[in-house]
Ligand binder design. Structure first.
Ligand SMILES: NC(=O)c1ccc[n+]([C@@H]2O[C@H](COP(=O)([O-])OP(=O)(O)OC[C@H]3O[C@@H](n4cnc5c(N)ncnc54)[C@H](O)[C@@H]3O)[C@@H](O)[C@H]2O)c1
Ligand SMILES: O=C1CCNC(=O)N1
Length: 397
């Protein structure tokens, strides 16, 4: 059977599927359910000394949106987006630390890890919260420089407001890394230009891992009322976000693979996505939105799905898959020449490929289509629109 365990910054995690810091990790009761379901671990909801970020969570609102970005009623389609307003942990640090303590005990009995997540508005606050998390016994600490909501709360300098200010973010990271012995992971916002340069700077000042990435800010009007959904701008993730996240994971992995651990998050829906995250360079994957739709058991199902798939494909460990697609990606200039070929016996003569060819390569041959080789550049548009499996091939020439 495939070994799903991973060494993450020196901490053994039994499998790479973790519950991300969010509502499913709001308190010990919720976190224990994630662990019971089979997750390798949980990232606790972000503990904060900001009253504004705690208060915001008392007024959390979210909607699952369908493919048109309209509110789902009843069935939530597979390609949903989570659109939501929420803050950080509800309790003060003094109240929240006992929740962590309880979860640590349950996690120890179930071979799972509990990662502390923190968010402050002052450097001294970040340091204090980090020490409190270390003292309570978490083996890893995540600093939340990505929460999108503070951006919409004037005067609250945490989350994404930190992640967009690289100098300030590095100051905090250095102060925290010097104050605690446990490994420090930095969860970043995707709403910056250069996550590769930024990740390098974070590693230089003491971070051991980066969490790529928290969510975006979006805006969705309700066209019937002419008003915004849930009263205004909100955090958003959805199926469209996964390739954007994977791009950063790949680039950060390739740039620093000797010294970075990567937690991937923002866009993982099921075990197939977890495979994509690992093949792009992630060590572990933090899941949130899908758990909010399908419940805690979703986590365990993905662990099982991952294990079965690895067994079927003959992968013995995650290390065998890690970064393989990231390494195999070619620059534009090195792409090989390709050409389309119509498999005559399979072609059903629907001619859809004619409309999808802009190089005059697909030719109408009456009952079937065929390829005029000298015009074909192997773009693959024909392959994508062909409804008949196996009727068009794209081959390296
Ligand atoms: N209230 C909160 O605290 C809160 C809420 C949501 C997210 N978050 C944070 O945001 C981060 C990102 O959350 P996430 O990782 O769940 O990402 P996400 O919100 O983007 O959700 C995953 C999305 O991926 C989509 N998806 C991806 N691949 C798909 C596929 N092949 N088919 C169908 N759908 C697919 C799903 O529709 C789902 O909406 C987390 O780390 C979490 O901490 C926090
Ligand atoms: O970090 C966070 C907290 C709340 N919502 C979100 O998207 N990210």
């Amino acid at each position: 059977m495939a070994d799903l365990s991973v060494q993450f910054c020196g901490v053994r995690i039994k499998n790479p599927v973790l519950a991300a810091s969010a509502e499913p990790t709001l308190n010990a009761g919720n976190m224990n359910k994630c662990i019971e379901a089979g997750a390798g671990g949980v990232i606790a909801k972000t503990m904060t000394d900001s009253p504004a970020m705690r208060e915001l969570t008392t007024r959390s609102k979210w909607r699952f949106l369908d493919q048109r970005h309209e509110v789902c009623h009843g069935k939530v389609p597979r390609a949903f987006s989570l659109y939501g307003r929420s803050g950080l942990a509800l309790e003060t640090p003094e109240e929240f630390l006992p929740e962590i303590r309880k979860t640590l005990k349950f996690a120890a009995d179930n071979d799972a890890v509990v990662v502390g997540s923190i968010g402050s508005t002052e450097i001294s606050g970040w340091v204090e919260l980090a020490k409190q998390m270390e003292d309570v016994g978490v083996p890893l600490l995540e600093c939340n420089f990505g929460c999108p909501h503070p951006k919409m709360m004037p005067g609250v300098r945490t989350g994404m407001n930190v992640g967009q200010d690289f100098n300030y973010a590095c100051e905090i990271t250095q102060a925290v890394a010097e104050a605690v012995r446990i490994p420090v992971m930095i969860k970043v916002t995707p709403q910056v230009n250069d996550l590769v340069g930024f990740s390098g700077r974070l590693l230089d000042v003491g971070a051991k891992a980066v969490t790529l990435t928290n969510r975006f800010i979006g805006f969705v009007p309700d066209i019937e009322s002419g008003k915004p959904l849930i009263w205004g701008q909100a955090g958003i993730g959805g199926p469209w976000v996964k390739p954007l996240t994977l791009r950063w994971i790949r680039e950060v992995y390739l740039a620093y693979k000797e010294r970075v651990a990567i937690a991937g998050t923002n866009g993982a829906y099921d075990w197939r996505d977890i495979v994509m995250f690992v093949m792009s360079g992630a060590d572990i994957v933090e899941m949130c939105s899908a758990v909010m739709v399908y419940g805690y058991e979703w986590l365990g199902k993905q662990v099982k799905g991952l294990e079965e798939w690895m067994d079927a494909k003959g992968y013995k460990s995650l290390a065998q898959m890690k970064g393989i697609a990231a390494e195999a990606a070619l620059p534009y200039a090195n792409m090989p020449s390709e050409k389309a070929r119509v498999i005559e016996d399979a072609c059903i003569g629907c001619k859809r490929c004619l409309d999808a060819c802009f190089y005059n390569a697909m030719q109408d041959g009456g009952e079937k289509t065929h390829v005029l080789e000298e015009n074909c550049i192997g773009c693959g548009g024909c392959l994508s629109v062909c409804p008949q499996a196996g009727a068009i091939e794209i081959n390296v020439v």
